[in-house]
Ligand binder design. Structure first.
Ligand code: SF4
Ligand code: SF4
Ligand code: FES
Length: 282
């Protein structure tokens, strides 16, 4: 299923499914499994009884306690990652019925309302698989280091009041600050390629999440002290000009972050920065 098709499965459909979901039904979980880095994939299916309010994580817990496939074979428990269980940490992100999203907030009633309906679970496609549905998102954190996504301060002593910021500025930055580094925007992006070798991470396309963080920290009154460094990183290989404007990222972001606005804003800033640098002869 393409990103566009997956999006056709919209909020209205999910609400309608929730209303007609049958109590006490069982659903089939078809899960893409992998025993470790470099090991081959395989698919296994599990029949899982549901309860009202079941989500993907609660069903994965049931499978961990009953690791027997639909054809009666005993297998190893399925491995996944999670932390907050309230769509804040991003750790549980996976591809569910073709759409990348958080599994802790994915209600079974919305996706599999009928007896015997199937849910397909796969790990994200752009990150190295550690095991089963658990992936290594270190490349995202490296990207944040690459663009210096922090506010520089001199020490831990009292620095006095910070610069003033208008409510409008705060509102703009608040939306950007909601990024939880889940990786959805990268998994859906055709320009963001799977790079297994960490030495390629600093030259491959950095992706929408880090670009949006550049905007967040460049618009911060203290954070903008590192603006030039961030824009230099954005002008380098794998920077903002590698974005193909497919806009998949903004469609899948669970926090509704205006990623395409951020990409356009950072694109404009890098152009101004390049002209300024040219005329200063630096
Ligand atoms: S707009 Fe850019 S970052 Fe977003 S999905 Fe398209 S290519 Fe990727
Ligand atoms: S921008 Fe959105 S989709 Fe991308 S990592 Fe942040 S929260 Fe996830
Ligand atoms: S467990 Fe943190 S977002 Fe799902």
């Amino acid at each position: 299923m393409s990103v566009a098709q997956a999006h056709a499965f919209d909020a209205e459909t999910r609400l309608a499914n929730r209303k007609r979901a049958k109590a006490g039904r069982t659903v089939i979980f078809k899960i893409k499994r992998c025993d470790g880095p470099g090991k081959p994939d395989r698919w296994e299916s599990f029949k899982v009884p549901t309860e009202p309010g079941s989500n993907v994580i609660s069903c994965l817990k049931w499978i961990a306690a009953h690791p027997v496939t639909t054809d009666g074979q005993r297998t190893s428990p399925v491995v996944w990652d999670s932390g907050c269980l309230e769509e804040v940490c991003g750790a549980c992100t996976m591809v569910i019925n073709g759409r990348v999203r958080q599994s802790c907030s994915c209600l079974i009633d919305e996706y599999a309302p009928e007896e015997g309906d199937t849910l397909t679970l796969e790990p994200m496609s752009k990150f190295p698989v550690i095991r089963d549905l658990w992936v290594d998102r270190e490349r995202m954190f490296q990207a944040l280091r690459r663009v210096k996504a922090w506010v520089p301060i001199d020490g831990t002593y009292n620095l006095g009041p910070g610069p003033k910021e208008s409510p409008e500025q705060q509102q703009t930055r608040y939306a950007l600050s909601e990024c939880m580094s889940c990786g959805c925007c990268l998994d859906a992006c055709p320009q963001y390629l799977k790079e297994e070798d960490p030495k390629d991470w600093d030259t491959a396309f950095i992706g929408a999440a880090a670009i949006s963080q550049v905007r967040l920290f460049n618009e911060h009154e203290t954070g903008k002290r590192l603006k030039a460094d961030r824009l230099e990183a954005m002008m380098g290989p794998g920077g903002v000009s590698d974005c193909g404007n497919a806009q998949n990222c903004v469609k899948v972001c669970p926090k509704g972050i205006p990623l395409t606005e951020s990409i356009a804003a950072v694109g404009r800033s890098t152009t101004i920065h390049a002209f300024t640098r040219f005329f200063r002869g630096k």
